[in-house]
Design a protein around this ligand. Structure first.
Ligand code: LP5
Ligand code: MN
Length: 241
């Protein structure tokens, strides 16, 4: 029981029902035994706004999260670039607490830094410009004033544009920038553990910085196979489903 779980980049959607099934099984069988589950962004392929809840497409996911929180497992969520419009109604329906990105928390007596990770991809200037725009309150209230149908249509065009632009970007540009990582680690006083997702390049990196050592764990996506990170007092372990 004495462990926490971390996941990200599940990209749940109707067109990958087996992934949704695997996620619900993960919640029912694996996560029930944890103290807390941290969802570090991109739970959904996209989230067009909390009025999505009313249509019922994601009801099995919402119900499974609520069941888990009712069982006493603490649920936390950091927004990803695909689901930053998740709001209070989603939080109330599921029992998740939304954390700001990045968040420094204490687990097993150690500081742990959590993030989605997209902010660290500073070489991807086109994305960062886009990000700054769509994360503004003004832009979000304008977007949310559109009908849900119009928002979904817009997101689908945007997804196509994003895929087209990504095909022209190098792998290096779309990875985290090492200087941005170091700056963040310094800003948060060298946390011994930093966990993030977004790049879909699961790995453990050791950062030796200013005479400190920090483990940076990158979470995997759930496109082919589900995966999660398990943390207890002895440290982190990557697990495949
Ligand atoms: O998501 P991923 O990992 O595939 O790619 C990201 C970056 N792309 C995005 C865009 C999202 O995938 C689109 C879905 C978001 C839904 C959010 C909900 C509501 C918002 C609606 C906004 C209108 O995040 C990609 C990065 C990649 O990560 C790696 O880090 O490279 O960034 C891009 O591709 C962005 C482009 O470089 C710039 C986009 C300019 C868009 C201009 C507007 C076009 C509008 C077309 C529709 C009319
Ligand atoms: Mn992402």
């Amino acid at each position: 029981m004495d462990y926490c779980l971390f996941i990200s980049d599940l990209h749940l959607c109707d067109s990958r029902p087996h992934i949704t099934k695997a996620f619900i099984e993960f919640l029912d069988k694996t996560a029930t035994k944890a103290q807390a589950l941290y969802i570090l962004g991109d739970l959904f392929e996209y989230w067009a706004g909390d009025d999505t809840i009313k249509i019922g497409t994601h009801k099995p996911i919402i119900d499974a999260l609520k069941k888990l929180s009712n069982q006493g497992v603490k649920l936390f969520l950091i927004h990803g670039n695909r689901d930053f419009l998740i709001g209070e109604s989603f939080a109330n329906a599921t029992g998740v607490s939304i954390l700001v990105d990045p968040s420094l928390i204490m687990l097993y007596g150690k500081p742990v830094l959590l993030s989605h990770g997209d902010q660290l991809c500073t070489d991807d200037m086109a994305y960062q410009k886009f990000r700054a725009e769509v994360r503004s309150t003004k832009w979000q209230s304008q977007f949310l004033s559109l009908s849900l149908t119009d928002r979904i249509a817009y997101i689908e065009q945007l997804r196509a544009k994003s895929e087209q632009e990504k095909s022209t970007k190098s792998m290096q540009i779309m990875d985290v920038n090492p200087t941005a990582v170091n700056e963040l680690l310094r800003e948060f006083a060298y946390p011994p553990l930093f966990i993030h997702g977004h790049t879909h390049r699961p790995n453990k990196h050791i950062h030796k910085l200013d005479e400190h050592a920090c483990e940076r764990w990158v979470l995997g996506d759930w496109y082919e196979q589900g995966s999660y990170l398990k943390l207890n007092a002895n440290g982190c372990q990557a697990q495949l489903l």
